[in-house]
Design a protein around this ligand. Structure first.
Ligand SMILES: Nc1ncnc2c1ncn2[C@@H]1O[C@H](COP(=O)(O)OP(=O)(O)OP(=O)(O)O)[C@@H](O)[C@H]1O
Ligand SMILES: [Mg+2]
Length: 326
């Protein structure tokens, strides 16, 4: 039996769907590897239980950095594993549509397609994340008007202006939510000599608010690098926003450069259609206002910003055979 699957392998979250599924399977992008054989033992939420089952022999790590997987063989094992979770069996023929970034090359895509075929996938096609998201948001990208999509994920920022069915100008930056976490972590080391877990830094980023930042404080818990003792310090929100905004300014600069290189007639269209901002980092408090100020354009945000790339891939599965091979 033939089955069509969509896969969006993100730095932090992997999303999978198939033609018949309205909902998406979302798994953390975490792999458990057997250290003896270098083979994938488990992926996603199952990865943590794998370490308990084989303590000392299984290593847990995040295989996607800045939206890219370096070990293609492992990438193929991961995609096979998520396809099985989504219902693929080795007796069926599977057709898989995978999201790509603006700067991923045909060579990388061909290598990924080859690895997936070796892992039992029948046919592979790729679709750019910005196009997939536009499909999900039902933007009129086939018409002679400009539309702009910004995808702010855990490891990457993509910005693309689309018109007449293709990308007119775009950028793909290896900067995302995880870079905010690293900047916070480095700040705590430099200023307070405290080592704070990356998990706590992500938690801070996801929960910090812009209101009352002069009076609000956050308690940071970690261990003192010199003494090794557990310590905590109260840090003002305004100081944390200073660190976060440094990373955001790189993202905003990249996005505004795309606008600068877009032909003026298309930029005029954007005054009407605005900029559609998706990806998990779009949830960051106050980001919508910052982007609207910097771009001087209307900004649209969405309730489930992580799901639009996989949503568009799923909708595009009906045109799978019309898509060009990598
Ligand atoms: N309220 C929030 N504020 C800031 N960041 C958030 C918030 N909620 C979720 N996120 C972040 O969104 C990210 C997940 O978003 P998404 O699924 O779009 O990224 P991804 O696809 O894994 O990454 P990429 O596409 O860059 O490879 C996580 O880093 C998560 O911490
Ligand atoms: Mg993503």
């Amino acid at each position: 039996m033939s089955k069509y699957f969509a896969v969006d392998l993100g730095t932090s979250l992997t999303k999978i769907s198939d033609k018949s599924r309205k909902k998406y399977l979302i798994e953390p992008t975490i792999a458990a590897i057997d250290m003896d054989s270098s083979k994938l033992v488990a992926f996603g939420s199952d990865a943590l239980s794998a370490i308990e089952a084989k303590p000392g022999r299984v290593k847990i790590f995040k295989p996607v950095r800045h939206g890219q997987i370096e070990d293609l063989n492992l990438g193929a094992q991961i995609v096979s594993c998520v396809l099985r979770k989504a219902g693929h069996t080795k007796f069926g023929r599977s057709y898989v549509l995978v999201s790509t970034y603006g700067d991923s090359t045909k060579v990388q895509q061909r290598a990924m397609a080859r690895s997936l075929k070796e892992a039992g996938v029948h046919e592979v096609r790729f679709l750019e994340s910005a196009i997939a998201a536009s499909v999900d948001l039902s933007l009129p990208i086939g018409e002679p008007v400009g539309n702009m999509i910004v995808i702010l994920g855990a490891g990457r920022c993509e910005a693309a202006v689309l018109s007449l069915g293709s990308i007119v100008t775009s950028t793909s930056l290896a900067v995302g939510a995880t870079d905010i976490d690293s900047s916070l972590k480095n700040h705590f080391i430099r200023k307070y000599n405290i080592n704070v877990s990356t998990l706590l830094c992500s938690h801070l980023r996801e929960n910090i608010t812009r209101d009352n930042q002069d009076s609000n404080t956050h308690t940071i818990v970690g261990y003192d690098i010199s003494s090794g003792e557990n310590v905590s310090v109260d840090v003002r929100a305004v100081e944390l926003w200073g660190v976060i905004d440094d990373v955001l300014s790189q993202i905003i600069q990249g996005i505004t450069q795309v606008l600068t290189s877009t032909p003026p007639d298309i930029t005029n269209d954007l005054c009407q259609s605005g900029v559609h901002v998706i990806g998990g980092l779009a949830r960051l408090d106050g980001l919508e206002g910052m982007l609207a100020n910097a771009m001087e354009l209307p900004v649209h945000t969405y309730a489930n910003p992580e799901t639009h790339v996989i949503g568009g891939l799923r909708k595009s599965l009906s045109h799978f055979s019309d898509m060009t091979k990598a």
